[in-house]
Design a protein around this ligand. Structure first.
Ligand code: FES
Length: 690
């Protein structure tokens, strides 16, 4: 008779095991993550599972609760003391006696995995760098004068099989008191990140402890976002965000680098400010989650290179100019205490590697999250900020660059522009016949021509237009024929509508005639053309490096990417032509990448390896950048035909321009390109801002 077949859900891993094997052991052998703190003593309750009953024809399994061993004494004792929900069993006690389908329950499984939203809905097993281990230690014996810590380590090696084990110094100071408090039973937190390194005891508690937490934090130059995550269940316990307080030293990255250059204490001030805000966020998530700060044992941080350096206390001056040298490009591991983060004394931090001096650990985190390196499709990842970080590739090859988009997408350099905040116009439509606009404002779902709109925005008012609003209004102006493919506002339409307003030698489009009066000026259109041309030129260079004429999928990351409508981004030629269904906003995928690295140390190794092989392209050194930039000044592009976009919607016919204005226009673009290039050089394109 063959051994019983056991299938674990939702991972789908299966295997045959001899009768009498514990379910926990079977899970371990298959690489299915089931937590265990007490080491199978049936005291921690972390290893709960459920049997799915029934006939699973597809798998040829007839699964029944009777195919597990009956509840034994230890399990019954646990159920009596700690309560075991109906149908639940302790996998460390229950043994396999027949074919089974085992469910790792939801609060464990949803928690224990990150279920990706990709088409394949891949389930990712969890394996954090910090584990809790319950240990019962022999009492001291005069005949065997081994120190308390040494006996503890010996027992851990014996129970859990660590070959090389060290302990943090602070643990040594506490070990005797804690062992006696716990009556020779303690829980240790063991940090073991890289397989070849020694594991380390980083914390110690008397008795059984079965909760430990970690942080996943994305330090954006505008916003800091933090998740508090249970390291045992994987559940996100609480999340919080706050503005980056460094904004008071400089709105954009380069003004912060300049602040450091010009002020002797500038670096210290900014490091202190960001760490203080992070500490406040820790307070917030800990309070919301009902968690003690000292139970936070691990933390993963991501950020662009300047944020990365300032958080670690590294002077970012070198990132301010060519060759944009990072102090460290590999992953950074440190003790949280070294950064004064006020977590557990033994807590560790991990920062993802930076891809280049202007493509940071945040882009690495997005790459980890979106996984272009795990598939064959040619995937483009764009994280748009003051500098756009761009990664293009698939499992064979990955290339990355940054493009100096400037702050136009964030509302700066736009006459009525503002950051995305309540009161900002974020959606715009223009009637193709009357050229009358309607719009939506952040904070309300109503369109401006719908009843109740004025009341709906009474609290916030109408304050300006944010990045996604600017993209939409300019794309709509193009689709309505208000601007040509060269971005020139057609003054001839002034006879048709009062929305076209003369402004000396150029014309503007009146989007809102009230308080405030919102005009989209010729300069606004130019600023967006410059920004999108820079982004597209960078993307084009990467496509050339890859030898491809089109991309299969596009992921728009970051705050701006989350709000911009992909079709309008394509109409403007901000992103290359692609099947629209394959273009998606991925929100804070840098935060997701950070959470993956927190919950599974193999993702750390994965991204470290991937970053090592990403080819970095320096756009400033590429002679073709200027040519692509000039072509990309047109809407959507002077040279690229955008066939997929044209299948989706009708684009205006190219307006026949006389040779003279065309030449003038190109010359203007070239001049603008030249204006932009020096700016990038002196600003150092040091990473996107989010
Ligand atoms: Fe602790 Fe099963 S491993 S109760």
């Amino acid at each position: 008779m063959s051994d019983p077949l056991v299938l674990f859900m939702p991972s789908g891993k299966r295997g045959r095991f001899p009768r009498g094997t514990t379910v926990l052991e079977a899970a371990r052998r298959l690489g299915v993550y089931v937590e265990s703190v007490c080491g199978g003593r049936a005291t921690c309750g972390r290893c709960e599972i459920e049997v799915q009953e029934g006939h699973f024809a597809k798998h040829k399994i007839l699964s029944a609760t009777e195919h597990l061993s009956p509840v034994g004494a230890k399990e019954a004792r646990y159920a009596e003391k700690r309560e075991l929900a109906p149908g639940r069993r302790l996998s460390c006690s229950a043994t396999i006696e027949g074919d089974l389908v085992i469910d790792v329950p939801q609060e464990g499984a949803a928690n224990a995995q990150i279920v990706r939203k990709d088409a394949d809905n891949r389930v990712i097993e969890r394996h954090p760098a910090v584990h809790l281990r319950y240990i019962e230690v022999e009492e001291p014996d005069m005949h065997h004068p081994l120190g308390d810590l040494d006996r503890l380590k010996a027992q851990i090696r014996k129970d859990w099989g660590y070959n090389r084990l060290d302990a943090d110094f602070h643990v040594l100071c506490d070990v005797q008191k804690t062992l006696r408090q716990g009556n020779w039973a303690v829980t240790v937190a063991i940090h073991h990140d890289e397989e070849e390194d020694a594991a380390r005891i980083i914390a110690l508690w008397p008795g059984l402890k079965n909760e430990a937490y970690g942080l996943a934090c994305d330090i954006g130059s505008t916003t800091i976002a933090m998740h508090l995550v249970s390291l045992l269940s994987g559940r996100v316990v609480a999340s919080a965000g706050a503005p980056n307080p460094q904004i008071r030293f400089g709105e954009d990255l380069m003004s912060r680098v300049s602040y450091v250059m010009l002020n002797p204490d500038g670096r210290q001030a900014m490091t202190k400010a960001v760490r203080l805000e992070i500490s406040r966020l820790v307070d917030r998530v800990a309070t919301e989650g009902g968690v003690n700060r000292s139970d936070i044992l691990d933390a993963v941080f991501v950020g662009n290179p300047v944020m990365h350096h300032l958080f670690l206390g590294i002077d970012p001056t070198e990132l301010g100019g060519a060759p944009f040298a990072l102090a460290v490009s590999g992953a950074v591991k440190a003790r949280a205490a070294d950064l004064h983060l006020g977590l557990n004394s033994g807590a560790r931090i991990y920062m993802l590697p930076c891809i280049a001096g202007h493509v940071g650990a945040d882009a690495a985190a997005v790459t980890l999250s979106e996984g272009p390196h795990r598939q064959d499709k040619m995937m483009l990842i764009v994280d748009i900020g003051t500098n756009a970080e761009i990664v293009l590739g698939n499992r064979k090859r990955l290339v990355a660059a940054s493009s100096p988009t400037g702050p136009a997408f964030e509302g700066a350099e736009i006459s009525s522009g503002q950051r995305a905040a309540a009161g900002a116009i974020e959606r715009v439509r223009i009637d193709r016949t009357t050229l009358e606009p309607r719009f939506q404002v952040i904070g309300s779902q109503l369109w401006s021509n719908e009843p109740g709109f004025a009341e709906a925005i009474a609290a916030t008012g109408l304050t300006g237009i944010c990045g996604s609003g600017i993209i939409e209004v300019i794309a709509e102006m193009y689709l309505s024929g208000i601007i040509s493919e060269d971005g020139v506002v057609d003054g001839g339409l002034a006879t048709r509508t009062a929305r076209i307003v003369s402004q000396g030698r150029t014309f503007a489009y009146l989007l809102h005639d009230g308080e405030p009066r919102i005009l989209v000026t010729q300069n606004d259109v130019r600023a967006i053309q410059l920004a999108k041309a820079a982004l597209y030129a960078g993307t084009k260079l990467l496509m050339e490096k890859q030898g491809v004429e089109r991309v299969d999928a596009i992921r728009l990351a970051g705050a701006f990417g989350s709000y911009v409508d992909p079709i309008y981004a394509m109409v403007l030629g901000l992103i290359p032509d692609c099947e629209l269904k394959n273009v998606s906003a991925v929100g804070n995928s840098a935060g997701t990448g950070a959470r993956m690295a927190l919950l599974n140390r193999s993702f750390r190794r994965e991204i470290e390896e991937v970053v090592r092989r990403i080819e970095k392209i320096e756009t400033a050194l590429e002679p073709k950048f200027q040519k692509h930039f000039v072509h990309a000044m047109a809407l959507p592009n002077k040279m690229d035909p955008f066939p997929k976009l044209r299948q989706q919607m009708e684009l205006p016919p190219c307006k026949a321009l006389s040779e003279e204005p065309r030449r003038r226009s190109r010359g203007g673009a070239r001049r603008k390109a030249e204006i932009l290039k020096p700016r990038r050089r002196c600003t150092g394109q040091s990473g996107k801002e989010s």
